[in-house]
Design a binder for this molecule. Structure first.
Ligand code: DXP
Ligand SMILES: NCC(=O)COP(=O)(O)O
Length: 248
């Protein structure tokens, strides 16, 4: 692993949120993905939710055909989603928990409590050629379970860090993520991270050398309203690069 490099996966869910708000043809998520790639995104993440609140099935199929980097399809661990992923054959599948009533993802997968189901999903998706990532809390028990499930990658949920109410709580959550990243790396897993990351909190996560890739969406699309998507991606990549280089 090249510890001086940290990759950025741009999650384009909320470009689709804007489209779904009026049921128009625009903004086109695929166009956003191509703009982000040209600006330096190392991959594109899209979350096909069961309720299709933003990304639609056609988005996933088009992204698979059009991307120059790679598609990371986020999905719940359901028969429906596994079936779609086996058809689409994205570069990667990130398995996430989903509740219809949630505003956004609220936590990591309980891999330890659903081991056989996760083993089944990891096997099916790997059989379709996808790199399987499990979206988990920064928790050693869940990391051990991810290894048992057969996933080569974990994505550490950074939501508690991002939403911490004060500096002490944020420092505690950052230390938890750092410990989990070291533990997961020592267990032979690739370590990614994501959820709630933005221009103001991303640098400390980039300073954790075991973390290979960040998946960031909502804050990029929000900033793009003011700076444009290409410039936002370029600016964020620069911040990430500098933070990583200063830490090694
Ligand atoms: C798992 C995660 O934190 C995000 O990638 C997820 O896509 C959030 O869901 P929404 O994009 O629907 O907010
Ligand atoms: N897995 C995290 C992701 O893809 C983007 O999460 P967010 O930045 O939209 O919170």
């Amino acid at each position: 692993m090249n510890k001086t490099q940290i990759l950025l996966g741009v999650n384009i869910d909320h470009v689709a949120t804007l489209r779904q708000a009026r049921g128009t043809l625009y903004p086109e998520p695929v166009q956003a993905a191509l703009v982000a790639e040209q600006a330096g995104a190392d991959g594109i993440t899209a979350h096909l939710r069961e309720d299709r609140r933003h990304i639609q099935d056609r988005d996933i199929y088009l992204l698979k055909e059009m991307l120059h980097t790679r598609l990371n399809m986020e999905m719940a661990v359901t028969d429906e989603m596994v079936g779609i992923a086996v058809k689409v054959q994205p570069y990667a599948c990130c398995l996430v928990p989903e509740k219809r009533e949630e505003l956004t993802t609220e936590g990591g997968l309980d891999v330890a409590g659903n081991l056989h189901r996760l083993q089944w999903a990891c096997d099916k998706l790997a059989g379709a050629g996808a790199e399987v990532s499990l979206f988990i809390d920064p928790d050693e028990m869940q990391i051990d379970a991810a290894v048992k499930a057969g996933a080569p990658v974990v994505e550490l949920h950074t939501g508690c860090y991002a939403e911490a109410g004060n500096r002490l709580q944020q420092a505690e959550e950052l230390a938890r993520i750092r410990r989990a990243a070291v533990y997961a790396h020592s267990a032979g897993l690739q370590v990614n991270a994501g959820h709630g990351l933005n221009f103001y909190n991303v640098e400390a996560i980039c300073a954790i050398p075991e973390i290979v890739e960040l998946n960031i969406g909502h804050s990029i699309i929000a900033q793009a309203v003011f700076s444009g998507l290409a410039q936002t991606v370029k600016d964020l990549k620069q911040i990430m690069r500098n933070a990583r280089l200063q830490s090694v």
